[in-house]
Write a protein that binds this ligand. Structure first.
Ligand code: SF4
Length: 482
C-alpha cells in the first residue's frame, strides 16, 4: 500500500523546475488523467508557469490518482503536489482537458475533492465552492459536453487569457458579476449564459510562442525530456482534423535561434513537439545543432513526405530507434478524398530510410472507418503494410477508428458500426499474417468518443453517470443509451 503522500514526495524529488510561491490567489491546476500523462502535456505546463508569472497568483498541480480504488479506499481525497492542500480548499480549480473521455476523469477528480460536479449544484448550495474553470485542446472541437460542470471555459489558446481571467477574478468578487463580465469577453464560454452555443476559440498572439517545459521529470511518457514547440498549428487541410489550417491561423513558426535559446544547457534529451514539426522550414538546422551538442532528440508528427536522408540520419544519431509517421486513410483513394495525400511511395521511402540508418522499428498511424471505406481499401492497406514489413525489422500499425469532430469538414459524419469495425480489424489481422503488430483504440471506445465529440449537455451528464458507475464500457453504453 503506497499513500498519496509517499507517491507525491517521491515524484517531487525527481522533478526539476517545480515552482513554489505564496500568493493571495491560488489556483488548483488539475489534470484529469494520472501524473505520467498530465506531465507530458506542454499546454498544462505552460499554463502552470503562466499563472506563476502573474503578480499575486500561484498554481499547484493535482492529478487523477494512478490507482483510483486505492485512493477511494484510503479516503485520501484529492490534494495538490506542491503543498498537499486539498483541492476543494482552493478558490479556483482549473482543469485541462485534452480529450472527450477525460470528462469522466474530471468528474472523478471533483468527486474526490468533495466539490459538487455540476455547476448548477454548486450554485444552489448554501456554502461556497471553488470557481471551476476548464480549458485545453478539447475546446478546439466540442467542449459542450463538459460545460454542465464548468463555471467558465477558456476557449482555444489560453496563453494570453489567464491574465484576463485572474484580473477579472480580482475585480469581480461576486460570482454572478464575474461570470457576466467574462461572458462578454472573447474566448470565454460561460455555459450558464451561453447555453450550448460555445463561442469561437481564442488564438494567442505570436509573442506567447513557443510553449516549453517548466518541469522535467523521469516519471512521464516522455521521460526526462525537455519539450519545446518550434511551431504551432498546421497549414495542411486534412478534412478530419481540428488542427487543420481553417480551424486556426495555420502554422506559426518560431525562429530556430529562439527555439535553441530556450533549451537549458543541462537538458540531455529534447523533444520538438507540435502538430506539424517536420513542416518547419528550419527543422534540419535545429536538429543538427542539438545532435552536434550531444543531445538525444525526439520529433513528434513526422510527415512521411518531409523525411530526408539527412533528417532520419540525424534522428538515428540522436538515439531514435523507432520512426513514427502516419498514413491515416487506409488507401490512396481515401487519403486523397480527405485531403491527406500521403502517398504509398512516401511511406515506403520512410521504411527504407529507417533501415538504412539502423533504426529497428517503423510505427504507422492509420484511420479506418472513413466515409465510403470498403474491404478493398483495407486490402490495399494490408498490401502496403506487407511491403513496408519487408524493409524493417518491426512494423507496428496503430489503427484508430475515424471519429467525426466539430469544426472540421467531416463534422456530423456517422460512426461506423462497432461490429463492422471489429470485422475490418480481424480481416486486416488475417491478411497481415503476423508480419506487423496491430494496436490502437478499440472501436467500442472510439464509439464513446464519437458520442461525446458530437454531443451536448446530455452526453456530458452521461459521462458523469458512467464514471460513477465504474467507467466500464457497459456503464458508458447504459449511460449513453447505445
Ligand atoms: S492531420 Fe496532421 S497534417 Fe493533417 S491537418 Fe491535422 S495536423 Fe495537419
Amino acid at each position: 500500500m503506497t499513500t498519496f503522500r509517499e507517491i507525491r514526495d517521491s515524484r517531487l524529488a525527481d522533478e526539476t523546475g517545480t515552482l513554489h510561491k505564496q500568493a493571495d490567489l491560488a489556483v488548483a491546476l488539475c489534470y484529469p488523467s494520472p501524473y505520467h500523462v498530465g506531465m507530458s502535456s506542454l499546454g498544462f505546463q505552460t499554463i502552470y508557469r503562466g499563472l506563476h508569472n502573474l503578480p499575486g497568483v500561484t498554481a499547484e498541480r493535482a492529478f487523477l490518482p494512478d490507482d483510483l480504488d486505492e485512493a477511494r479506499r484510503l479516503s485520501e481525497g484529492l490534494c495538490t503536489y506542491e503543498s498537499g492542500r486539498p483541492v476543494g480548499d482552493f478558490s479556483v480549480v482549473a482543469f485541462s482537458l485534452a480529450s472527450e473521455l477525460e470528462i469522466a476523469g474530471m468528474v472523478t477528480c471533483m468527486d474526490l475533492a468533495g466539490i459538487p460536479a455540476l455547476a448548477s449544484e454548486r450554485a444552489a448550495h448554501s456554502r461556497s465552492f471553488p470557481l471551476v474553470v476548464l480549458g485545453g485542446p478539447l475546446t478546439f472541437s466540442n467542449p459542450v459536453p463538459a460545460a454542465p460542470f464548468a463555471d467558465v471555459i477558456v476557449m482555444g489558446e489560453a496563453d494570453a487569457l489567464v491574465s484576463v481571467l485572474t484580473q477579472s477574478l480580482r475585480e469581480q468578487p461576486e460570482r454572478d458579476t464575474l461570470l457576466a463580465d467574462l461572458g462578454r469577453r472573447p474566448g470565454f464560454y460561460v455555459p450558464s449564459l451561453h447555453g450550448e452555443n460555445a463561442p469561437a476559440i481564442a488564438i494567442a498572439p505570436d509573442r506567447y510562442l513557443p510553449a516549453f517545459s517548466q518541469i522535467v521529470t523521469p516519471n512521464t511518457e516522455l521521460a526526462g525530456m525537455f519539450l519545446v514547440e518550434p511551431e504551432r498549428g498546421c497549414s495542411r487541410g486534412c478534412a478530419y482534423c481540428v488542427l487543420r489550417r481553417s480551424t486556426g491561423p495555420g502554422m506559426r513558426v518560431v525562429p530556430p535561434e529562439r527555439v535553441l535559446s530556450l533549451i537549458p544547457s543541462g537538458a540531455r534529451r529534447v523533444g520538438l513537439v507540435g502538430a506539424a514539426v517536420t513542416d518547419h522550414p528550419a527543422l534540419l538546422p535545429i536538429v543538427r545543432a542539438l545532435v552536434e551538442a550531444g543531445r538525444a532528440v525526439g520529433v513528434s508528427s513526422l510527415r512521411a513526405d518531409r523525411l530526408s536522408d539527412e533528417l532520419v540520419g540525424l534522428l538515428a544519431r540522436a538515439g531514435t530507434r523507432t520512426l513514427t509517421t502516419a498514413a491515416d486513410g487506409a488507401s490512396q483513394r481515401l487519403r486523397n478524398q480527405v485531403d491527406r495525400h500521403t502517398r504509398a511511395e512516401d511511406l515506403l521511402r520512410a521504411a527504407r530510410l529507417c533501415r538504412a540508418h539502423g533504426m529497428t522499428s517503423l510505427k504507422v498511424y492509420v484511420l479506418i472507418g472513413l466515409p465510403g471505406e470498403t474491404t478493398a481499401d483495407i486490402d490495399e492497406l494490408a498490401g502496403l503494410a506487407l511491403e513496408l514489413a519487408a524493409h524493417v525489422s518491426n512494423l507496428s500499425l496503430t489503427v484508430s477508428p475515424f471519429v467525426s469532430k466539430r469544426n472540421t469538414p467531416l463534422d456530423r459524419q456517422p460512426f461506423e458500426e462497432i461490429a463492422s469495425l471489429d470485422e475490418k480489424l480481424a480481416h486486416l489481422r488475417r491478411q497481415l499474417r503476423g508480419r506487423a503488430h496491430l494496436g490502437g483504440d478499440a472501436p467500442k471506445w472510439a464509439w464513446v468518443e464519437y458520442r461525446l465529440a458530437q454531443g451536448g449537455f446530455s452526453e456530458g451528464l452521461a459521462a458523469a453517470q458512467a464514471a460513477r458507475a465504474g467507467g466500464s464500457f457497459a456503464a458508458w453504453k447504459q449511460a449513453l443509451g447505445g
